[in-house]
Design a protein around this ligand. Structure first.
Ligand code: SAM
Length: 227
C-alpha cells in the first residue's frame, strides 16, 4: 500500500514515520510513503501557490493550478484514492481507518492558509474528512493522523494482531480499563478479579466494563446509532 502526501510542508509529516511502529512498517515494506510539493508544479515565475479570495475575505487561498497539475501527475501512474482533510468533511473514524486499509494508493491533499480553491476539491476528491470541529493551521497533522490509524490496520504493521480486536471502537465499544504491574500503586489496586487468572470471567467483566465506559464517555452513541 502506498500513501502520497501533497503538502507545502512535507517536513511536518516525514519525521513521524522515522520512529516506532510505523518506521518498522516502512522498513518491512508493508507500506510506502512519498511526497509531492504543489509549489514544484506552480507555473508562476515566483512559484506562488496562494492568492486573495474572489469576492473578498480575510486571508489567502491555495490556487488551483499547482494542485491541479500535481494531482494530474500523480494520477498518471494509477487511479489513487484522493482524500482532502478539511474541517467541513465527515468526521474520520475507526471504520474508515479499517476500510481504507484495503486501498492500494491513498493521496492526502493538505490545505494551508484559508484552504483550497473549491474547484480542486470538486474535481479530485474521493472523500473529504475532518478530524473534528476545530480549525488546524494545515492538513498535515490531520492526514498524518488518518494515515497512522489506517496503517495500524495493514496486516503485519502491529506486532500482535490481537491488539486490534481488543481496541476501542471494535463492536462500537470503548476498551475496558487496563492495568499493569504493580498490583497496588499509590494505595490503588488493580481490579481483584483481573488477578485471579479466570480468563472467561475476566473477559465477561471486561465486556461489562466496556459497556459502562462507553455509556459514560459517549452517552449519545446509542441514541445516534438508532437514528
Ligand atoms: N478556512 C477554512 C474553514 O474555515 O473551514 C479553514 C482552513 S485551515 C486554516 C487550513 C487547512 O487545514 C484546511 O484546508 C485543511 O486541510 C486543514 N484543516 C484544518 N482544520 C481541519 C480539521 N478539523 N480536520 C481536517 N483538516 C483540517
Amino acid at each position: 500500500m502506498k500513501f502520497t502526501f501533497v503538502s507545502l510542508f512535507p517536513n511536518l509529516i516525514a519525521p513521524y514515520f522515522e520512529d516506532s511502529i510505523l518506521k518498522k512498517g516502512l522498513e518491512k515494506k508493508l507500506f510506502e510513503i512519498d511526497f509531492f510539493n504543489p509549489r514544484d508544479f506552480s507555473k508562476d515565475k515566483l512559484k506562488k501557490v496562494d492568492d486573495y479570495m474572489c469576492g473578498g475575505g480575510a486571508g489567502l487561498l491555495m490556487t488551483p493550478q499547482p494542485l491541479h497539475d500535481c494531482l494530474e501527475e500523480i494520477l498518471k501512474n494509477d487511479d489513487a484514492w484522493i482524500i482532502f482533510p478539511t474541517p467541513a468533511g465527515k468526521p474520520f473514524n475507526q471504520k474508515d481507518a479499517k476500510r481504507l486499509a484495503s486501498k492500494k494508493h491513498i493521496v492526502f491533499v493538505n490545505g494551508r492558509y484559508e484552504g483550497i480553491d473549491e474547484r480542486i476539491i470538486e474535481k479530485f476528491a474521493d472523500e473529504v474528512f475532518s478530524l473534528g470541529d476545530f480549525i488546524l493551521t494545515g492538513g498535515e497533522i490531520a492526514s498524518t493522523t488518518m494515515c497512522d490509524a489506517i496503517c495500524r490496520n495493514i496486516e503485519g504493521v502491529l506486532g500482535n494482531a490481537e491488539s486490534l480486536q481488543m481496541e476501542s471502537f471494535e463492536n462500537d465499544l470503548i476498551e475496558a480499563p487496563s492495568f499493569t504491574k504493580p498490583d497496588i500503586f499509590e494505595n490503588l489496586s488493580v481490579i481483584s478479579e483481573f488477578l485471579k487468572g479466570n480468563h472467561s470471567r475476566i473477559a465477561d467483566l471486561k465486556k461489562q466494563m466496556a459497556i459502562c465506559k462507553t455509556k459514560y464517555y459517549r452517552p449519545q452513541k446509542g441514541k445516534n446509532d438508532e437514528k
